[in-house]
Design a protein around this ligand. Structure first.
Ligand code: KE4
Length: 410
């Protein structure tokens, strides 16, 4: 396996050292093959909002798998999950299930190009939307971690259709959209793939206005933020409605499941109802559907609020630790996801994020790992909490991370 991993960011390229191999997970914890326990704040990069091996998910899988694991035929589970998602996200009037976030964003972009007849689109520096060719241009996450500005193998003809603007810079977007007819503006409404960068007040509304005024579609890539930053996603948190939304991670509860959806008039263009082709052998897989349904049914607004409260306490504790150790530090949270940078000033763009003290992050990451706390092995990733991260887990994490901060400072 290239690099010994199934996905690049797992290889610890962003932090150095040898990654551990995991044996099992339960609740807020994972154990490596040597039996060492870690409090897990990566949670499979976001999906496990109920924690590892959550009983409701395991029960649903157990019951479903005994009726067969895959059919390539519509099941009631798909209808149930589609109805649940469109109820929770009213601007998502129709939805198509796929098996990865990459498929979701790739398909949403194809749909936007078909709907507008335009080829060019705009993304933001440091946003990661999966590894489809068009998006591997100044992406975030693993691309940023590995310093791959544009991946080899992406033809110039394809990359030339991708326009890039700094996050939180509406003026640049306005100028690009005026000069180039855009099929879409795609954005992580809160950027989790450059670390953790919330939108400035009014920024998302500005994108909505620019898209509407110039005939481009606005796509919110909520693969990571969906059912994390608010029960109703970015629309509930920021009051801005996208034309198309992509989802993933949480909606699969840890199984391969993602989706794209939005305005009915657009989604009806998708085959076989319309002529925009997109397909998938395992799309709508019953096990993934069952895990997603169990997760979203358990994730009530009350549970979301409880997880958010603990996330807030963790972030506040980290901020006071940094102050105590006189470490330049900024941190924030939104719902059950959070992030931090070793930098005094707030981070508003990927350029700001890259200006943080990455060397300090590396020392902090390893000092934390030594003490049984697993953070994302990159300064350009968000962190996550789950229903299984109780007060005891938060207290333990704060104690260990305070020591890690002191050690990294030395
Ligand atoms: P996947 O194809 O990896 O399922 O989803 C791609 C994707 C799309 N959009 C957003 C906002 C995403 O965050 C992702 C994937 N996130 C990364 C973590 N930052 C996945 C981890 C990895 O690449 O191994």
């Amino acid at each position: 396996m290239p690099g010994g991993v199934s996905s690049p960011v797992r290889a610890f390229g962003g932090v150095g050292g040898e990654p551990f191999v995991v044996a099992r997970g339960e609740g807020a914890r994972i154990w490596d093959v040597d039996g060492k326990a870690y409090l897990d704040f990566v949670l499979s990069w976001g999906p496990l909002v109920l924690g590892h091996a959550a009983p409701p998910v395991l029960d649903a899988l157990e019951e479903t798998m005994r009726r067969g694991t895959s059919f390539g035929i519509t099941t009631e589970l798909e209808v149930d999950l589609a109805e649940l998602i469109t109820r929770r996200l009213p601007n998502v009037e129709m939805v198509r299930f796929v098996s990865s976030g990459t498929e979701a964003t790739m398909s949403a972009l194809r749909l936007a190009r078909a709907a507008t007849g335009r080829g060019a689109f705009l993304k933001f520096d440091g946003c990661y939307h999966g590894h489809a060719d068009s998006f591997l241009v100044r992406a975030g996450s693993g691309v940023a971690t590995l310093g791959l500005p544009n991946s080899p193998g992406v033809p110039d003809a394809v990359a030339s259709l991708t326009r890039v603007a700094p996050f939180n810079d509406a003026d640049t977007v306005r100028a690009i959209a005026r000069d180039t007819p855009l099929a879409a503006i795609i954005v992580e409404p809160l950027v989790g793939n450059s670390g953790f960068i919330p939108p400035d007040a009014g920024f998302l509304q500005a994108l909505r206005t620019i898209a509407t005024d110039t005939g481009a579609l606005l796509i919110f890539d909520e693969v990571m933020t969906g059912f994390r930053i608010a029960p109703g996603g970015a629309r509930e948190r920021y009051g801005v409605t996208a034309d198309l939304t992509t989802l993933g991670k949480v909606i699969g509860g840890g199984l391969p499941l993602a989706a794209y959806g939005g305005r009915r008039d657009l989604m009806e263009m998708i085959a076989p109802q319309g002529s925009v082709y997109q397909a998938g052998t395992l799309s709508g897989n019953p096990l993934a559907m069952a895990a997603g349904l169990a997760t979203l049914h358990a994730l009530t607004p009350a549970l979301h609020d409880r997880i958010e409260a603990r996330t807030a306490r963790l972030v506040a504790g980290l901020i006071s630790s940094a102050a105590r150790h006189d470490v330049p530090f900024t941190a924030a949270h939104a719902g059950s996801m959070f992030g931090f940078f070793f930098r005094r000033e707030p981070v508003r763009s990927f350029a700001d994020a890259k200006g943080s003290d990455v060397a300090f992050f590396r020392r902090f990451f390893h000092a934390a790992l030594e003490r049984g706390v697993y953070l994302a092995p990159s300064p350009f990733e968000a962190a996550f909490m789950s229903a299984a991260h109780g007060d005891a887990e938060v207290d333990a994490a704060l104690e260990r991370l305070d020591e890690a901060m002191r050690e990294a400072r030395a």
